[in-house]
Ligand binder design. Structure first.
Ligand code: UGA
Length: 436
């Protein structure tokens, strides 16, 4: 199949590389000349596992010229950003502009919407802009740090459109649905074939928001539960273990923390809430989930203040800046928000994150960005874990040897309190040790 992908961002590039790997002829339209140059040199702009391997192996054509990108394409996939506007609604200006270009420069065919968009968007594009083509909604479920693995070994493939388009989508994803793709480095096909959930465009669009909103709800629930457990003297780790072993609940997304962040959950939960509100429905639970997430940091900051509040000249080693482990992405990161709160107290903060090499623009200027964990921890009064990088829990004794005081605040339930005590730390956190 000949495919053009509009947008070489996260979703566009991961989709393009995976489809190219499946044997499709893929061209990418990208307006950022620097990104075009980088991709032509096979430089990975995402920092994603397996992207370098796929870039080296593929014959992807990346261009800023729409007619070159669209030449002979049977299918055009749109994967441009839909950031949130002030009121929480999705900003569709990039999507509308991309579809206008497609209407103008591509021959009629199938247009696949990969971007996350409010319900009704694909129907509107079909009716008003792309009436000579068939529009299919094909939302992605790609986690940062696992985008290629999630493309090639998804939990399911979701698409919505008119019945006649189903065969084309099945052909597009055939080696993924059948798990018969050629391995990429250590990533091999699974034994279980994947399901295509084929539906209408509006259901596909809502299902994408529903998946992210449900996961965010699960997380806000466990975060709330951890807060309650701390007041009842219950061991939240044991409580979670009980939940985890119930297949009806599911074992994933049960680790309490400083709140969910990143470029997707905050944006998509607010967009779904606004979408419901625009139709006169108050999505009560979702509103509470968003509000809980906004407050989650408060308790942790209060915990730190409770131990350090009266002290002056406090030095904090902040471990982690990314919104989760496995990525350098600091967008809407609770760790960065925490850094802000800590410097507001007048404390000195030295931060380290194994993936963050460039200073995130939201990071307060007063925070020093360190090159290694030892540098951040040297002379610190408290270690504060803000991102769940496993490496932070690995050598606590070495960490304790360089800190001035023995406080360890774990915002990600990463460290075993027993290990912390054995290394000489006093442990505080979202999942505190119980004394029974
Ligand atoms: C998320 C979804 O997982 C993808 O399926 C979706 O395609 C993507 O958004 C998107 O809409 O594009 P991602 O933003 O990469 O992917 O983040 P996740 O791995 O889902 O983590 C979300 C947040 O939950 C992070 O802040 C993470 O730290 C937090 N989290 C996750 C926890 O606090 N505890 C957990 O147990 C799991």
């Amino acid at each position: 199949m000949r495919i053009a992908v509009v947008g070489a961002g996260y979703v566009g590039l991961a989709s393009a590389l995976a489809w190219s790997h499946l044997g499709h002829d893929v061209r990418v339209l990208e307006r950022d000349a620097r990104r075009v140059g980088a991709l032509r040199r096979h430089d990975d702009p995402l920092g994603e596992p397996l992207v370098p391997e796929l870039l080296d192996a593929s014959d992807l054509l990346v261009t800023s010229d729409a007619s070159e990108a669209f030449a002979r394409a049977d299918m055009v996939a749109v994967a441009v950003g839909t950031p949130q506007t002030h009121g929480g609604r999705a900003d569709l200006s990039a999507l509308d502009a991309a579809c206008a270009t497609i209407a103008q420069a591509a021959r009629p065919g199938t247009v696949v919407v990969r971007s996350t968009v409010p319900v009704g968007t694909a129907d509107r594009l079909q009716r008003d802009v792309l009436h000579r083509s068939a529009v299919v909604s094909n939302p992605e479920f790609l986690r940062e740090g696992r985008a290629i693995a999630d493309m090639l070994r998804p939990d399911r493939v979701l698409a919505g459109g008119e019945g006649g388009q189903r065969d084309l989508i099945e052909a597009l994803y055939a080696p993924i649905l059948g798990q018969s793709f050629t391995p990429v480095a250590e990533l091999r096909p699974d034994l279980t074939p994947r399901a295509l959930v084929w539906t209408d465009r509006r259901s596909a669009e809502l299902a994408k928001y529903a998946a992210n909103a449900f996961l965010a709800t699960k997380l806000s629930f466990v975060n709330e539960l951890a807060n309650v457990a701390a007041t009842t003297g219950s061991d939240i780790r044991a409580v979670i273990e009980v939940l985890r072993l119930d297949p009806r609940i599911g074992e994933a997304f049960l680790r309490p923390g400083l709140g969910w962040g990143g470029s997707c959950f905050p944006k998509d939960t607010r967009a779904l809430e606004a979408l419901a509100m625009d139709r006169g429905y108050d999505f009560n639970i979702l509103r509470a989930v968003i509000e809980q997430n906004r407050r989650q940091l408060d308790r942790f900051v209060a915990l730190i203040e409770g131990e350090l509040g009266a002290r002056r000249d406090v030095r904090i080693a902040l471990l982690g800046l990314a919104f989760k482990s496995g990525t350098a992405d600091c967008r809407e990161s609770p760790a960065v928000a925490l850094a802000q709160r800590l410097v507001e107290r007048g404390w000195s903060v030295r931060a380290y994150d194994p993936a963050v090499r460039e200073r995130p623009c939201e990071l307060p200027a007063a925070v020093a960005l360190c090159d290694d964990i030892r540098d951040a921890a040297l002379g610190a009064d408290a270690i504060v874990i803000a991102t769940e990088w496993e490496a932070f829990a690995r050598d606590l004794t070495a960490l304790r040897e360089v800190t001035r005081d023995d406080l360890l605040f774990d915002g990600r339930c990463l460290v075993d309190p027993g290990d912390a005590a054995a290394a000489g730390f006093r442990y505080f956190g979202i999942c505190p040790a119980t004394r029974h």
